[in-house]
Design a protein around this ligand. Structure first.
Ligand code: COA
Length: 343
């Protein structure tokens, strides 16, 4: 007896056939940064640090910090509206929202459902994913799978954070590194004539390793302390893992897409630290002018950092249609991943 799949879902054979002919194409992207800017000089009034130390060790000069009453969902909605406008897509065409965040408005419901409601979307499905700074890559991979398997046609993939809310503003080793912001892309299921189209998400690769928990974590949580906790990190150890793991996952992503580093037009890395970005670029043998760097004016915005950087480079015309773009990120967990996309 054959079992009929639920309405709206494809059976296994049909899903497999679709997955081999459909690619998730980036139709538009957008971002939003809170108005308030905090410079390194401002931070030097709070903790024992200096502009010189922060610029030399991280490349960061300024970060944006959300105003009181401005939540992750507010940033996410603004970035989403801009992404939808860039894609020429109305919110009611969206049938999937995947929002990556570590700093949700509330413990529940998912921040994605707040965004769904404010965009005026009354159908489809909206949920959050949590992979800290790798969140956007994880969300992109999830949405890509939904689209290729026929479970959605148009997705909003969002990275949005108010990381300033989980910083210990007395800990100079962490509070200088992070900022708030949001970025979003509209993904559309693109079809070839029975063949994969050549544009869209070509491959995604995700990893996690729970053994590295103690190197980067929040000191609290709903179930353990009934508080959100604050960021705790062993910076130098995270640094070493980051360069190694990010270069390896980019290579994996390229292999999955049948490409090599010579095919890369742009790398859009997670913007944690200029020295990590340069280290990964060097390991991959990429010239610096092929790497998008925004960490100087955003700092590390966790899940928002990759879509913020992508939006900037698309907006100023550096990234063009048909360019091969590699996005990569790593975060607490550890989690890490890469996505290879032909724009
Ligand atoms: N200002 C001034 N001095 C600072 C400082 C600050 N904001 N933060 C730390 N220091 C001090 C330390 O206390 C230490 O002093 P000591 O030598 O007297 O003990 C000294 O600077 C060197 O600290 P260290 O941690 O070894 O510096 P570093 O060169 O490794 O740089 C980071 C620190 C955090 C910038 C760097 O390790 C890093 O970027 N790691 C990766 C972090 C990251 O990106 N995490 C997110 C991943 S998603």
């Amino acid at each position: 007896m054959s079992i009929r799949p639920p309405a709206g879902m494809l059976d296994a054979a049909a899903a497999q056939a679709r997955a081999s002919t459909v690619r998730s194409q980036i139709a538009g992207c957008g971002s939003y940064l809170p108005e308030r800017m905090v410079t390194n000089h401002d931070l030097a009034k709070l903790v024992d640090t200096s502009d010189e130390w922060i610029v030399e060790r991280t490349g960061i000069r300024v970060r944006h910090v959300a105003a009181e009453g401005e939540f992750t969902s507010h940033l996410a909605v603004k970035a989403s509206e801009r992404a939808l406008a860039a894609a020429g897509t109305k919110a009611d065409a969206v049938d999937l929202i995947v929002l990556a965040t570590t700093t949700p408005d509330e413990t529940f419901p998912a921040t994605a459902t707040r965004v769904q409601e404010r965009l005026g979307m009354t159908r489809g499905v909206a949920f959050d994913v949590q992979a800290v700074c790798s969140g956007f890559i994880f969300a992109l991979a999830v949405a890509d799978n939904f689209l290729r398997l026929g479970q959605a046609e148009t997705a909003l993939v969002i990275g949005a954070e108010t990381f300033s809310r989980i910083l210990d503003w007395q800990d100079r080793s962490t509070c200088v590194l992070f900022g708030d912001g949001a970025g979003a892309v509209v993904l559309k299921a693109g079809r070839g004539n029975g063949l994969p189209t050549d544009r869209g998400v070509l491959s995604t690769r995700l990893h996690s390793d729970g053994r590295q928990h103690d190197l980067l974590y929040a000191s609290g949580g709903v179930s353990s302390t009934k508080t959100a906790g604050v960021v705790r990190m062993d910076g130098p150890k995270v640094f070493k893992h980051a360069v190694e793991k990010l270069s390896a996952v980019v290579e994996e992503g390229l292999t999955g897409a049948g490409l090599t580093s010579a095919d890369i037009d742009w790398v859009v890395p997670h913007q944690a630290n200029r020295r990590i970005i340069d280290g990964v670029g060097k390991k991959l043998g990429l010239p610096g002018e092929r790497v998008v760097v925004t960490v100087d004016h955003h700092a590390n915005t966790s899940a928002a950092s990759v879509p913020l950087a992508l939006t900037e480079a698309v907006g100023d015309g550096r990234i063009k249609p048909n360019d091969v773009v590699v996005m990569e990120a790593m975060g607490g967990g550890f989690t890490w991943g890469a996505a290879v996309v032909r724009m």
